[in-house]
Ligand binder design. Structure first.
Ligand code: ATP
Ligand code: SKM
Ligand code: MG
Length: 177
């Protein structure tokens, strides 16, 4: 179903909450473009985010992330935007997300996400001895920020990625913002 939206559709949530997976589904469903901010950042920096974190540090990464997000949200053609898990940390990013997109928070419990990402080696923030504890800490810090920026909150615990994607689609289609 081709949909005409006045704003981009942005997905926010913890690492592993399904932003990339569900973003791709929605873009296909609505015949819209899709962009993964992490991929756009890697194109700009010319290396893996994991390596950039290691060499340049998180603060520099957040600056690049803010630049890339601003550029993508300024594009006129409406796209589905899968943000990085930490995009909501900067107030300027939250303002831009709200101004230029309908924001969906994919909420999922740290326990569920830890199960999904058991064998992950790509997410720098989770390459620690106790990834579950890290996810619990990130959840405490970020859940209020994801909620602050969100037009819709969709809970994914116990649902498949397809089920979550269908719920997001129904919400956005039934309640056009
Ligand atoms: N609702 C779901 N149920 C089960 N598995 C899921 C669900 N959503 C995503 N997954 C799986 O969890 C993993 C992480 O999902 P994904 O890469 O889409 O998360 P992300 O939010 O984009 O993470 P990041 O912020 O690190 O980019 C993938 O293997 C994906 O298939
Ligand atoms: O949660 C985070 O802070 C991050 C999530 C990823 O999407 C990447 O943007 C990066 O690894 C940082
Ligand atoms: Mg992703």
């Amino acid at each position: 179903m081709t949909q005409v939206f006045e704003k981009h559709i942005s997905l926010v949530g913890l690492p592993g909450s399904g932003k990339t997976t569900i973003g791709r589904y929605l873009a296909r469903r609505w015949s819209m473009g899709y962009v993964d901010v992490d991929v756009a950042i890697e194109e700009q920096i010319g290396c893996a985010i994991r390596d950039f974190f290691a060499t340049e540090g998180e603060e520099r990464f957040r600056e690049v992330e803010a630049e890339v997000l601003a550029r993508l949200l300024a594009r006129p053609e409406k796209t589905v935007v899968a943000t990085g898990g930490g995009a909501v940390l900067k107030p300027a990013n939250r303002e831009r997300l709200r101004a230029h997109s309908t924001v969906v928070y994919l909420s999922a419990s740290p326990h569920e996400i830890a199960r999904r990402l058991q064998r992950d080696t790509q997410r720098p923030l989770l390459q620690v001895g106790n990834p579950l504890q890290r996810l619990l800490d990130l959840h405490v810090q970020r859940d209020p920020l994801y909620r602050e920026v969100a037009d819709f909150v969709v809970a994914g615990n116990g649902l498949s990625a397809t089920q979550v994607a269908q719920r997001v689609a129904m919400q956005v289609e039934l309640t056009p913002p």
